[in-house]
Design a protein around this ligand. Sequence first.
Ligand code: UT7
Length: 339
Amino acid sequence: MPSPLRPPALAPVSTVILGTGSFAPAGILTNAELSKRMDTSDEWIVTRTGIRERRIAGPGENTSDMAVKAAAAALADAKLTPADIDLLVVATITPDLTMPATACIIQAKLGIPTTAACFDLNAACSGFLYGLDTACAMISSGRYRHALVIGVEKLSTIVDWKDRTTCVLFGDGAGAVVVGGSPRPGIGLIGTRLGAFGESVDLLHIPGGGSNAPATPASIAAGDHTIKMKGKEVFKLAVRVMEESARDILEQHGLQADQIACVIPHQANLRIIEAIAQYLELPLDRFFINVDRYGNTSAASIPLALDEARRAGRIKAGDLTLLVAFGAGLTYGSALIRW
Ligand code: UT7
């Protein structure tokens, strides 16, 4: 039975984050454990990436299950319930099923009303910023009141566990925010810059499983259903594009980098974050970093870090936070939030 329709909301002046939450599965995979399984070492992984361990979801622990836990924490933080949500945006490249959207599975598990709009979005590691911008625009229209934006991944199911150049990098997890409107000007999401370099799709992709290359025994045997990445090229682009996108958004808003209290970068590699800090001439302690504990969790990376940063007291009322991401597509994005 459809839930009763709500009257339309009035267009708000600002869109604000009302609550954050995150979830990481209990299973920890350390560099030492990986070193027993393949020709790698803690020393190589830490020096090249800053990663010490990553979380791995259990076999029955689905993308939607992790998302539900992160979302429940974000709702509790916002002092709202699933009944208050009329928009659910899920950024993921590891949906429970190819069809339908994982957002619909999450909707049912959480008990979000059937009058809520629910959809998935694929922008890989930039997915959360794409989702946040989309949700804020929809709330700004006045047609939606409260959105849940979730970034969630079970990347352990799409990495090639025999390829040491990629499998040491990725992990599983989820992060969520609740977004709503505010009559106060100048707070919340004050700007975003999103973009993509579609000509470089091949630098980071999964070749098999889509409609142009459906799964066959041969494609499975060839490992076509796992992540392929040209690491060095992606690394160089990540540094350049994240720095440029951060600079652009600051310039657009007449801000200097040192006015940012906390930068939440996509957590792919500590060396990428260090390079961005250097280019922006900001001390590294201005960046929130948890790549050492989770590795790269793609769309979950920024909301997971944002939630941990808030809970660690790194974000205070009135602060400016800069979010910046880069990932497969190749997509990128930055966002400025005034708390
Ligand atoms: O979220 C989307 C964005 N993704 C990223 O931003 C990832 C970007 N790329 C990277 O972070 C880095 O390129 C990597 C961490 C993937 C690789 O670091 P690198 O410094 O570019 O190393 P490399 O690929 O040049 O490899 C150096 C050496 C090679 O050996 P040779 O050819 O010099 O003999 C690799 O075979 O290290 C070897 N190697 C490893 N050795 C031990 C590669 N992976 C490993 C490993 N353990 N896990």
